[in-house]
Design a protein around this ligand. Structure first.
Ligand code: Q9C
Ligand code: ZN
Length: 353
């Protein structure tokens, strides 16, 4: 399968994130992608490409998933951050005030002029630094997702969008969880717009894909499934429970399979099988896999115990779904192992199709 990698990813390079009450070096670092790219080269899985997508097509694909008010905010955020204080050029932007949800009296319909207020309006955590190159890197990632979707529309069995920052926590108008543009949702929507009738998203990242769920929650044409750490104890905490089944026309088209911290491969696989069966029942004609490798036993911020060799099996199980598949790189913070784990999964998939 072809890989589309983001040549601009390293423009997004956060310094520190708020983590358990203190500032720590960012977990989501450029080296993550470099390790995956090096392993893909070493094992020659398929062609390595940078996406060829023009700006107008890219803007249109992003606008299918994200609100204009939000993308306009992202596009000018860095300049406005530096305009607040020239010394900010040496610091990342982190939010520190939020309007809460709509059950509260705070208004979200009036756009604040104050940049710190807008940073809070469009985010939900303080762990996702917005940096000088965030917008350029995130756009480059959306282009990878779009290029991978186009591979499927041209008849290919699979494609890989290798990009960072990741995407599955980003919603229509919010960033968080290290994510700014929802690459997996952009790929899924591009597949719909290109003629696929029923697109499934199967999120295997350790963390619930709250952004993707939110984007498609009221739709019956995109089935979203996620196997993840139970939000009762795990990030993103406020979404990802089993009773979230979709709403309106989308009722029954969202499946959450939360698992307790400490879950091992056998129980994780049983949940994956449940998700694949549901996708089979949905009769999907395309599949997007937000591919987080933070289910790995050595991951520094997660709690499952998958081993490197297990990812080969994961790839085989995903291939058995028998649906054209776009893989999108998401989490995975055991930096030195993330390349081997990612390529184990992709190789397991390729060997089984
Ligand atoms: N201040 C992904 O794997 N950790 N994102 C808590 C909050 C956030 C993980 C920090 C973990 C996000 C794509
Ligand atoms: Zn994750």
């Amino acid at each position: 399968m072809k890989t589309f990698h983001n040549p601009h990813h390293a423009l997004h390079q956060g310094r520190e994130e708020m983590f358990r009450g203190r500032m720590v070096p960012c977990h989501e670092v450029p080296a993550r992608l470099d390790y995956v790219l090096a392993e893909l080269q070493r094992r020659s899985l398929g062609g390595l490409h940078t996406p060829e997508v023009n700006d107008a097509e890219l803007d249109a694909a992003i606008a299918r998933v994200h609100d204009a008010r939000y993308t306009q905010f992202l596009a000018s955020a860095w300049d406005e951050w530096v305009a607040m204080d020239p010394a900010n050029a040496q610091r990342d932007a982190l939010p520190s005030v939020w309007p809460l949800g709509n059950r509260h009296a705070f208004r979200t319909d009036v756009l604040p002029q104050n940049f710190a207020a807008r940073l809070g309006l469009f985010s939900y955590d303080s762990g996702s630094p917005l940096t000088a190159g965030t917008w350029a890197a995130a756009r480059g990632g959306a282009a990878c997702a779009l290029a991978a979707a186009r591979e499927l529309l041209a008849g290919e069995r699979a494609a890989f969008a290798l990009t960072r920052p990741p995407g599955h926590h980003a919603g229509p108008d919010f960033f968080g969880g290290y994510c700014f543009l929802n690459n997996s949702a952009i790929a899924a929507q591009a597949l719909r717009d290109g003629g696929k009738q029923r697109v499934a998203v199967l999120d295997v990242d350790y963390h619930h894909g709250n952004g993707t769920q939110t984007i498609f929650y009221e739709r019956a044409d995109v089935f979203t499934a996620s196997v993840h750490g139970d939000p009762a104890t795990e990030y993103p905490f406020f979404l990802g429970h089993a009773d979230e089944r979709g709403a309106g026309a989308g009722e029954g088209f969202n499946l959450n399979l939360p698992l307790p911290r400490g879950t091992g491969f056998e129980a994780w696989c049983a949940a994956l099988d449940t998700a694949i069966d549901a996708i089979d029942d949905f009769n999907a004609d395309a599949l997007v896999v937000p591919m987080g490798l933070d289910t790995f036993e050595g991951d520094p911020i997660s709690g499952f115990t998958l081993k490197s060799e297990d990812y080969d099996t994961v790839g085989r199980l995903l291939a058995a779904a028998g649906v054209p598949t776009v893989f999108v790189f998401e989490g995975g913070y055991a930096v030195a192992e993330v390349g081997v784990n990612a390529v184990n999964l992709l190789e397991g998939f390729c060997r089984s199709i």
